[in-house]
Design a binder for this molecule. Structure first.
Ligand SMILES: C[S@@+](CC[C@H](N)C(=O)[O-])C[C@H]1O[C@@H](n2cnc3c(N)ncnc32)[C@H](O)[C@@H]1O
Length: 243
């Protein structure tokens, strides 16, 4: 039987910075008094949170379905940084009593707002703090770790390697990941593509890494799989299911 659990684990960690400032509380009261159906809420801190609440809900349902459908293979993430998505993946695995192994790939060279810190150490500490099993970490550029360090079969992949750089360089990195994982993805496995924005969907998410769509446009030209856009609020993403 599954452990009794509420869905609070899909929210990001609350810290002191997240306490609602007085000015916001007062403004919200005023807005309410004036009869407007609006409320000011904290926006995502892109360089800390790395994903939105809506994306976390999407991850919860997608990864749970992969596990429940007994899709063959392991769980992988290409670009894990401090583990904001990876922690959620491990929690979903544990919640479902899944023995699937989480493999993380990153060079840990990108620091974003953590300036001089050792990102790999922060990642490990974050897992320990949450009393989660530390995943298998494949440190290095993807060009060094792929395909050699990939598991034989992949059930779930998350490609999230945006670094705020040149979109054509990013496109090549995403393309490299897709080319290496595609044949290892088993039937029914799912790959989530962080930052994928399709302009035709009126997506409200910021198009912060257009290289993802460019890579997918190239890669899926001759493939039967379809990319499905997901609502992620401030940041978009999408997925495809391997046929
Ligand atoms: C946006 S962050 C990932 C956020 C992460 N998924 C999370 O939930 O916290 C992008 C990561 O991709 C990594 N990355 C980008 N290009 C890479 C490459 N060519 N090889 C290895 N890692 C890379 C960066 O080091 C960075 O940590």
């Amino acid at each position: 039987m599954k452990k009794n659990i509420n869905n609070l684990f899909i929210t990001q960690r609350v810290n002191e910075k997240d306490q609602v400032p007085k000015v916001i509380k007062v403004t919200n009261k005023l807005i309410k008094k004036l009869g407007y159906n609006y409320k000011i809420k904290r926006d995502i801190d892109l360089f800390r949170d790395m994903n939105t609440i809506e994306q976390r809900i999407n991850f919860f349902h997608i990864l749970s379905a992969v596990i429940e459908n007994n899709v063959e293979g392991e769980i992988t993430e290409f670009g894990c940084f401090t583990g904001q998505c990876a922690i959620l993946f491990q929690k979903i695995l544990d919640f479902n009593h899944s023995g699937k192994i989480l493999h993380l790939y990153d060079s840990f060279e990108k620091k974003f707002s953590y300036s001089d810190k050792n990102i790999e150490e922060i990642l490990i500490e974050n897992f320990r703090e949450q009393e989660l099993k530390v995943p298998v970490i494949h440190k290095g550029l993807f060009s060094e770790t792929l395909p050699g360090q990939l598991p034989d079969k992949i059930a779930f992949a998350h490609i999230d390697c945006g670094f705020g750089g040149d979109k054509f360089q990013h496109k090549e990195i995403v393309l490299f990941c897709l080319e290496n994982i595609y044949d290892k993805m088993t039937k029914g496995s799912v790959c989530v593509l962080m930052d994928y924005v399709n302009p035709l969907t009126n997506d409200p998410g910021a198009d912060c890494n257009p290289g993802v769509k460019l890579a997918c446009d190239d890669f899926f030209k001759d493939k039967p799989e379809v990319i499905v856009s997901l609502y992620g609020n401030q940041v978009s993403h999408a997925y495809f299911k391997k046929l």
